[in-house]
Design a protein around this ligand. Structure first.
Ligand code: ADP
Length: 177
């Protein structure tokens, strides 16, 4: 499912964040220590190899809402942008912190002159953010940042679950831009 917004393509796919070879950067739903862990972070570190954790070590810890960038190592992508999402019910205000993740990741990508970025659904796994609420914040924030972007022209949301993918398809269809 693709949505064209001016020069920028927004897209939802059902898949794995580590299998997006046509994207210049993938986003990691990181932990504060930027270490492997579970979920997206586990998958990204497994696919990237130990060089990723080594490169990230001096940048840790990061704060909720923050984004930092590293190389892609053995991933098919040139860069990994690591975002720490809010833990639902703990890091407050969680909606603003989640919005910060997407805003900061896109701004960082644009600063690095990156053309394409794939996001997982940050905070909706182990961190417990209700999926539909997180999706609304994500799409709202991305929409707000789009006019600032000079280099990013392709934003992909990679959803692991079929139902999660359907939520994005429905929301993207309804998006009025
Ligand atoms: P967080 O700790 O920020 O909640 P998780 O990694 O636990 O991050 O999960 C974030 C979202 O990513 C969840 O919706 C989960 O289903 C999904 N997910 C888990 N593994 C992958 C993967 N390999 N590729 C894409 N999405 C994934």
């Amino acid at each position: 499912m693709k949505k064209q917004v001016g020069e920028i393509t927004m897209e939802a796919v059902h898949g794995d964040i580590t299998s997006q070879p046509d994207m210049t950067a993938v986003v990691n739903a990181a932990n504060a220590q930027l270490s492997p862990g579970g979920g997206v972070a586990g998958a990204i570190h497994r696919a990237a190899g130990p060089g990723l954790a080594e490169e990230c070590l001096p940048m840790a810890p990061i704060e909720p809402g923050q984004a930092v960038i590293s190389g892609g190592h053995n991933l098919p992508n040139k860069y990994v942008i690591h975002c720490l999402g809010p833990v639902y019910g703990k890091d407050k205000p969680e909606n603003l912190l989640l919005a910060d993740c997407y805003r900061n990741a896109l701004r960082l990508a644009d600063e690095k002159e990156i053309d394409s970025v794939a996001f997982p659904a940050i905070s909706t796994g182990i961190f417990g953010y209700p999926f539909e609420a997180a999706t609304d914040i994500t799409l709202q924030t991305v929409q707000e940042v789009l006019p600032e972007l000079k280099f990013v022209n392709h934003i992909r949301f990679v959803l692991f679950g079929e139902e999660d993918f359907e939520v994005y398809v429905e929301r993207l269809r309804r998006l009025k831009i």
